[in-house]
Ligand binder design. Structure first.
Ligand SMILES: Nc1nc2c(ncn2[C@@H]2O[C@H](COP(=O)(O)OP(=O)(O)OP(=O)(O)O)[C@@H](O)[C@H]2O)c(=O)[nH]1
Ligand SMILES: [Mg+2]
Length: 216
């Protein structure tokens, strides 16, 4: 029996090529935003990457765009402190969000960017899908569940991406998958497929490109 929230299958050749072409059309950093009134006009389709600090959001954007240093990454949780907008072709914004949960930054600073994150996730008109990144080794934590609830109450469809698949122990995979599925079952806004990625090995990257491409 297929479980609820199956792992997304590979796209076919045509969908893979269409996704590749979208990202090959050019990706650029547009701006970093520290307040809602600094957002670019909501004039195109937007997807964002949310998740706990250090889960691999910025690294995934680099893997997707094929540009190693487009989004700044770091070993230290709390690297991304603004809402960073990237353009993909003329048609899409990719949005790199500050992490939530633990971050190595002063508390008032963290509080400020968490408030901005929440305002963004619940109030961005053109946000078509939020990708919620979960470290495959760790599964869904309470802070992730809070974000899912926020997306749910804002009626923003979100899709879980299990990241760092190259690092998860084979013996832990099924257990974490089951825990993730149970967490998603509580949220009607959860997209019914889970994506598994490794920015390190390239796993799931073509698939994610094609998913972004189909959100027209
Ligand atoms: N092995 C492995 N390491 C990864 C992967 N993705 C990210 N990392 C590493 O995880 C660390 C954090 O990555 P970032 O992309 O900066 O994480 P982030 O979610 O943007 O973090 P914040 O901006 O602090 O919220 C870096 O050292 C990355 O090299 C992956 O797929 N596999
Ligand atoms: Mg980051």
């Amino acid at each position: 029996m297929t479980p609820k929230f199956p792992i997304a299958g590979e796209p076919d050749a045509a969908a893979t090529e269409a996704g590749r072409l979208l990202f090959a059309a050019g990706t650029e950093f547009l701006k970093g935003v520290v307040a809602m009134d600094g957002m670019p006009p909501a004039d195109r389709l937007e997807v964002c990457f949310a998740g706990r600090s250090n889960v691999g959001k910025s690294t995934l954007i680099n893997a997707l765009t094929g540009r190693k240093a487009l989004a700044r990454t770091s070993n230290t949780p709390g690297r991304t402190q603004e809402i960073n907008f990237f353009t993909v072709a003329e048609s899409h914004y990719l949005v790199d969000l500050p992490g939530y949960g633990f971050a190595k930054a002063p508390l008032p600073t963290v509080k400020k960017w968490q408030a901005l994150l929440k305002a963004y996730l619940s109030g961005r008109q053109n946000l078509r899908r939020a990708f919620v990144l979960i470290d495959f080794r760790h599964g869904v934590k309470d802070v992730d569940d809070e974000i899912m609830q926020l997306l749910n109450s804002s009626a923003v469809t979100f899709q879980v991406i299990l990241t760092k698949a190259d690092k998860v122990k084979e013996a832990d995979r099924e257990k974490i998958l089951a825990q993730t599925r149970a967490a998603l079952a509580k949220h009607p806004a959860a997209y019914p497929e889970i994506l598994v990625t490794s920015s390190e090995k390239g796993e799931g990257i073509e698939n994610l490109r094609s998913i972004v491409n189909t959100l027209i």
